[in-house]
Design a protein around this ligand. Structure first.
Ligand SMILES: [Zn+2]
Ligand SMILES: [Zn+2]
Length: 280
């Protein structure tokens, strides 16, 4: 037996470190946290080899595209189909293990991953469905949106990083993502008291009105209900008009930056409270 100290743990990404800390604080969230850690590890395996999007990465060009609407089109995505098939299967199987999807969903993803002609069609329909003027998602993708979203995350976040670093978002005040056209699923309130929306697909952040509902654009204060977590770290804005809600991380209260994979899990109790009140 050697009494040498154990080697230091390989340095983990901050999001995973935060998730482990959260699990100690809130053991009730353990299952959701384990799943999130597994998904992050999976996404990191692929992320490092995702190439740049096939779009001219010049500020003037990107700004001119933004003036017409969300910049990133499906054909710009640097898709390696064997990576996508791997991500789909591994994501679905992790989600199944943690009871986040049904057995039948796992089988559908398996079938989709094996169908080289259907997969691009379904993926494109999922991507375009959220965009302005987009049509409905292909029936083969219906109900699998959460798997597709997680699986495409390494590609979409990579594109967002590359493009948004070279784009001026100052004029973008819309409720949808300037990059992929997706909906926000989280917000952050900055120390300057601005509200930034965060895309649920590519994690792009952009400034949005502090009050308005980002789903139906209702801006009547009397029709927005706010709830806060006990520690004041998170807030909910619930819209009485469309009955949807958005969660926000209040960065004025805490020292760290917003981390969507962490804050999304940390706010699951707030989701439950909102759903109990009839919001969706
Ligand atoms: Zn986006
Ligand atoms: Zn609304």
């Amino acid at each position: 037996m050697s009494d040498r100290p154990a080697p230091p743990a390989r340095s983990e990404p901050r999001e995973i470190v935060e998730l482990r800390r959260l699990k100690e604080e809130q053991p009730d969230l353990g299952a959701a946290i384990d799943l999130q850690i597994e998904l992050l590890q999976l996404q990191r395996r692929v992320q490092s080899r995702v190439t740049l999007p096939s779009i001219r990465l010049e500020t003037e060009y990107l700004n001119s595209q933004l003036a017409k609407g969300p910049i990133l089109q499906f054909e710009h995505l640097p898709i390696d189909w064997s990576d996508v098939r791997f991500l789909l299967r591994a994501t679905a199987s992790a989600m199944r293990t943690h009871d986040a999807i049904e057995d039948s969903d796992l089988r559908r993803i398996d079938a989709l991953g094996r169908d080289a002609s259907r997969l691009p069609v379904v993926l494109r329909s999922w991507y375009d469905a959220a965009r302005p003027g987009g049509s409905a998602i292909d029936p083969d993708g219906v109900g699998l949106e959460s798997v597709l979203q997680q699986a495409m995350r390494p590609i979409l976040t990579r594109c967002a990083d590359a493009i948004l670093a070279r784009t001026d978002l100052a004029a973008w005040r819309h409720h949808i993502c300037p990059l992929c056209g997706g909906e926000p699923d989280l917000a952050v309130i900055t120390p300057a008291a601005e509200r930034l929306l965060i895309c649920g697909r590519c994690a792009a952040k952009w400034v949005f009105d502090q009050i308005s509902c980002p789903y139906c654009l209702n801006d009547d204060r009397s029709k927005i209900t706010s709830l806060a977590s006990r520690d004041g770290r998170y807030r909910l804005s619930c819209c009485e008009s469309c009955m949807r809600y958005i969660k926000a991380y209040d960065a004025r209260r805490v020292g760290r930056h917003v981390m969507p994979p962490v804050d999304g899990v940390a706010t699951l109790p707030l989701d439950a409270a909102a759903i109990q009140r009839g919001y969706q």
